[in-house]
Design a protein around this ligand. Structure first.
Ligand code: GRF
Length: 202
């Protein structure tokens, strides 16, 4: 899922194509027609669907359209790679433990909009990014991977954002690998319990 530039989307594609992680990106969904992410999908030959929030009367209706698209594509994981909309509990419930987000701060600091600006305004000397599972609270789900970067005295918004983004491109593939591993562990644990349940009792 991407709304704008799509640099995280492209970084994830390139990582997956190098088998790190060994995953297929089967679909990109964008909400803004003509965004750079959509162009990147064309260049990288990844199927892309436009699901425009302006054409849906509510957050829930938008999320229903997303759920339908992801279900039809039979995806295991959904990655919010620069999705600039707040998702409703519906999407979270449809993909429990399967929805990953990337955020440009060291959470739990600087949740919400313009995390880079918030970090500069707070005068922190370390900033960074976080890839995390999504829950019903904004930018608050379980942390998967973080990376820290220094904030230099001469930094402005653009220079700090660029330094943070370089790290986002590294940690998002790692977070997808970790989320996928957890899913496999969960499935194996579930299968284990199932087997035990059918053991003869005597
Ligand atoms: C990233 O900084 C990400 O943390 C935030 O949105 C930005 C998307 O950048 N959620 P891009 O579209 O991947 O270049």
């Amino acid at each position: 899922m991407a709304s704008g530039e799509g640099s995280n989307f492209e970084a994830l594609i390139l990582a997956c194509r190098a088998d790190q992680p060994p995953a297929d990106v089967v679909l990109l969904v964008v909400n803004n027609p003509g965004c750079r992410a959509q162009e990147r999908a064309g260049r990288l030959a990844v199927p892309c669907r436009l699901i425009d929030h302006r054409r849906h009367p509510s957050r829930e209706a938008l999320d229903d359209a997303l759920i339908e698209a992801f279900t039809a594509a039979a995806v295991d994981l959904v990655v919010m790679a620069g999705w600039m909309r707040i998702v409703s509990p519906r999407l979270v419930a449809a993909f429990p433990g399967r929805l990953v987000n990337i955020h440009p701060s060291l959470l739990p600091s600087f949740r919400g909009l313009d995390a880079v600006g918030q970090a500069l305004a707070a005068g922190v000397t370390l900033a960074g990014c976080t890839a995390h599972l999504v829950n019903e609270e904004v930018d608050a789900g379980e942390i998967l991977v973080q990376a820290a970067v220094p904030v230099h005295a001469h930094d402005d918004h653009a220079s700090l954002a660029t330094r943070i983004q370089r790290q986002e491109h590294r940690i998002l593939p790692l977070a997808v690998a970790l989320a996928a591993q957890r899913l496999r562990d969960r499935t194996a644990a579930g299968a284990g319990r199932g087997t035990a349940a059918v053991q003869p009792s005597g």
